[in-house]
Design a protein around this ligand. Structure first.
Ligand SMILES: *[C@@H]1O[C@H](CO)[C@@H](O)[C@H](O)[C@H]1NC(C)=O
Ligand SMILES: *[C@@H]1O[C@H](CO)[C@@H](O)[C@H](O)[C@H]1NC(C)=O
Ligand SMILES: *[C@@H]1O[C@H](CO)[C@@H](O)[C@H](O)[C@H]1NC(C)=O
Ligand SMILES: *[C@@H]1O[C@H](CO)[C@@H](O)[C@H](O)[C@H]1NC(C)=O
Ligand SMILES: *[C@@H]1O[C@H](CO)[C@@H](O)[C@H](O)[C@H]1NC(C)=O
Ligand SMILES: *[C@@H]1O[C@H](CO)[C@@H](O)[C@H](O)[C@H]1NC(C)=O
Length: 476
C-alpha cells in the first residue's frame, strides 16, 4: 500500500497534540459511514461491562479505571474489536483517560444513557412516574460527559424497555426520550450524535417495535431513532443461517431505513462458544440488513458470557471463547464488509401510520408525552453544572498485567498500540504487521425466540488479508 507524505504529516501533527481522534461516524440511510471517507462502517464489537450490571456507583464506573481500560483495549485490539457498548455510567465522573485509550486503540463507543441508580431509568410499567427532570439529569448528564469525544458512535435511549412487563404506552415514552435527547444534542453538542434503541428479541413485536421508532413523523422529526439494536441469542452452538432464524431476521430487516445491528449476541447454551454465527452475520446476505454486532460480553461474570477472566488487578486470562472468536474474526473479508453501497444509503423513511404496526400487540399511535418544562429548560440552556469530558494524551506500550491463555500458558508482549491516522481497529487476519484487540462487557440476558432445529449449512463469507489491505489502503 502506498502512503502519501501528506497523510503521515497529518498523523504526526495530530499525535504531537493530544489524543488523535477517529473520524466520527454518521448515519447515511441504513448504513453507518465514516464522516470523512464515506466508507461504510460495520460494528465488530463487544459489550463492555466489567463487574456486571452493578459496577456503577458515585465513585466509579467501567470507564474510570484507566489501567483496566488500557489492559482491555490492548486485548481488544488483538481480538479485532472496533466498537464497544457500555451500559451503566455515572455522568459526574472523569472518563477522559479511558475514552482516550479506546479512541487511540481505534475503538468506537456506543453508550447507554440509563443507569441502575436512583432516577437513572424509565419505569417500563409506569413511565409517566419517571419521565421527569430528575431522570433527564442522568440522560443529559451522559450526553454532556461524552459529547466532545469523536469516537462516540451513538447513544442508546433505552435497552429492552419494551417487553412483556411494559405498559401499552411505553413506546411513546421511549420515543419521547429519543426526541428530547436529539433536541438536546442539536442545541448543546458540537456534532450530531446518533440516538438509538436496543430491543429484546421478542419475536411477535420485534418488527413492530422497529417500525414504531424508525417511522417519520412530520410534526416531530427528531423523535425518529437513528439506529436500532437487537439483542439476539438465537444462534446456539453449531447452528445454521436457517436453524437459528437468522434468515427470518434478515428478511425482517432487509427493508429497514436506519442501521440495524446486534447490540448483544453470543448464546451460551452450548459451550465453549465457537461463534460460527460470525460468518453469517458478516456474510453477503446479512450485511444487506445488518451493520454487524456486539458480542455479549467482555469479562466473565456470574452469568458465564465472558471472553476474558479478570483474575485480579494484575492478572487476566483469555478464555477459549476469546480464541474462538478471534479465529472467526480473522476469517472476515473486511474490505467487502466496509464497502459503501449506494442502494443502502439511499433508503427513505416510511411515514408513521397505524398500518405499519401489524401484530396488534404494540401501540399504533404516536401522540407523544409533552416534554416537562424543566427538561425543556435544560434543552434550551444546557444542563447546569454538568462536567464535559475531553481527550488527553496517552501513549502505547506493553501492558504491565500478566496475561494467560485458556491453557494457562503466559502470553507475553501484549501491547496497547496507538493507531496513527484515522484507523478503526480491525481483525489481524493473522498478520504479524497488525495487532487487534477486544474488550467489552455488559449485562442483560437475551430473550431468544427463533429456535434452531435443522443443521443446514450456514452462509459463509471468506476473506482475510486481501480485505484488510483494501481497507487500510482506502483509509490511507
Ligand atoms: C430522585 O428524584 C427525586 C425527584 O426529583 C428526588 O427527590 C430524589 O432525591 C432523587 N433521588 C436521588 C437518589 O437522587
Ligand atoms: C421489502 O420491500 C420489498 C419491495 O418494496 C417488498 O416486496 C417486501 O415485501 C418487503 N419486505 C418486508 C419484510 O416488508
Ligand atoms: C448493495 O445493497 C443492496 C441492497 O441491500 C444489495 O441488494 C446489493 O447486492 C448490494 N451490492 C453490492 C455490490 O454489495
Ligand atoms: C484465572 O481464572 C481462570 C478461570 O477461572 C483459571 O483457569 C486460571 O487458572 C486463573 N489464573 C490465575 C493465574 O489465577
Ligand atoms: C403528530 O403526528 C402523529 C402521527 O402522524 C400523531 O399521532 C400525533 O398526534 C401528532 N401530534 C401532534 C402534537 O399533533
Ligand atoms: C496465525 O497462524 C498460525 C499458523 O497457522 C497460528 O499458529 C497462530 O495461532 C495464528 N495467530 C493468530 C493470531 O490467529
Amino acid at each position: 500500500m502506498v502512503v502519501s507524505a501528506g497523510r503521515f504529516f497529518t498523523a504526526a501533527c495530530a499525535l504531537a497534540g493530544s489524543a488523535l481522534a477517529l473520524s466520527p461516524l454518521e448515519v447515511d440511510g441504513k448504513d453507518f459511514v465514516n464522516s470523512k471517507t464515506k466508507e461504510r462502517f460495520q460494528i465488530i464489537g463487544v459489550d463492555y461491562q466489567p463487574g456486571g450490571t452493578n459496577a456503577v456507583n458515585t465513585k466509579s464506573d467501567p470507564l474510570t479505571d484507566s489501567d483496566a481500560c488500557m489492559r482491555d483495549a490492548a486485548l481488544m485490539q488483538r481480538l479485532g474489536i472496533n466498537t464497544i457498548r457500555i451500559y451503566n455510567m455515572q455522568p459526574t465522573l472523569n472518563h477522559d483517560k479511558c475514552v482516550s485509550i479506546f479512541s487511540e486503540a481505534g475503538i468506537y463507543m456506543i453508550l447507554d444513557v440509563n443507569s441502575p441508580l436512583a432516577n437513572g431509568s424509565l419505569n417500563r410499567a409506569e413511565p409517566w412516574t419517571t419521565y421527569d427532570a430528575a431522570y433527564f439529569e442522568q440522560v443529559f448528564g451522559i450526553i454532556e460527559a461524552f459529547k466532545n469525544y469523536e469516537n462516540v458512535l451513538g447513544f442508546f435511549a433505552g435497552n429492552e424497555v419494551i417487553n412483556q412487563d411494559s405498559t401499552w404506552l411505553a413506546p411513546a415514552y421511549v420515543r419521547a426520550v429519543v426526541r428530547d435527547m436529539k433536541n438536546y444534542i442539536a442545541k448543546n453538542a458540537p456534532r450530531t450524535i446518533p440516538v438509538g434503541y436496543s430491543a429484546a428479541d421478542v419475536s411477535d413485536i420485534l418488527t413492530d417495535t422497529a417500525h414504531y421508532f424508525e417511522c417519520e413523523m412530520s410534526n416531530s422529526t427528531n423523535s425518529r431513532i437513528d439506529f436500532f439494536g437487537l439483542n439476539s441469542y438465537s444462534w446456539c452452538g453449531d447452528a445454521s443461517y436457517t436453524s437459528s432464524g437468522y434468515d427470518v431476521l434478515t428478511e425482517d430487516f432487509a427493508n429497514a431505513t436506519v442501521p440495524v445491528f446486534f447490540s448483544e449476541y453470543g448464546c451460551n447454551k452450548v459451550t465453549p462458544r465457537t461463534f460460527t454465527e460470525v460468518q453469517a452475520l458478516y456474510g453477503e446476505e446479512m450485511t444487506q440488513a445488518f451493520s454487524g454486532g456486539l458480542v455479549y460480553e467482555w469479562t466473565q461474570e456470574t452469568n458465564d458470557y465472558g471472553l476474558v477472566m479478570i483474575n485480579n488487578t494484575n492478572t487476566v486470562t483469555t478464555l477459549i471463547d476469546y480464541d474462538n472468536l478471534q479465529k472467526q474474526f480473522n476469517e472476515l473479508d473486511i474490505g467487502r464488509i466496509m464497502k459503501s453501497n449506494g442502494s443502502q444509503t439511499s433508503v427513505k423513511a416510511e411515514t408513521c401510520s397505524p398500518s405499519i404496526i401489524t401484530s396488534g400487540k404494540l401501540l399504533n399511535s404516536w401522540g407523544l408525552p409533552a416534554t416537562p418544562s424543566k427538561v425543556s429548560d435544560y434543552i434550551e440552556s444546557g444542563l447546569p453544572n454538568a462536567p464535559t469530558g475531553s481527550f488527553v494524551a496517552v501513549s502505547g506500550g506493553v501492558i504491565p498485567q500478566k496475561v494467560y491463555d485458556y491453557t494457562g500458558k503466559e502470553i507475553t508482549g501484549v501491547e496497547f498500540k496507538v493507531l496513527t491516522g484515522d484507523e478503526a481497529n480491525t481483525p489481524s487476519g493473522n498478520s504479524s504487521s497488525s495487532s487487534t484487540g477486544t474488550s467489552s462487557s455488559s449485562s442483560s440476558t437475551g430473550t431468544s425466540t427463533h429456535n434452531a432445529a435443522s443443521l443446514n449449512g450456514p452462509s459463509v463469507a471468506r476473506g482475510g488479508l486481501g480485505g484488510l489491505f483494501m481497507l487500510l489502503a482506502s483509509l490511507l
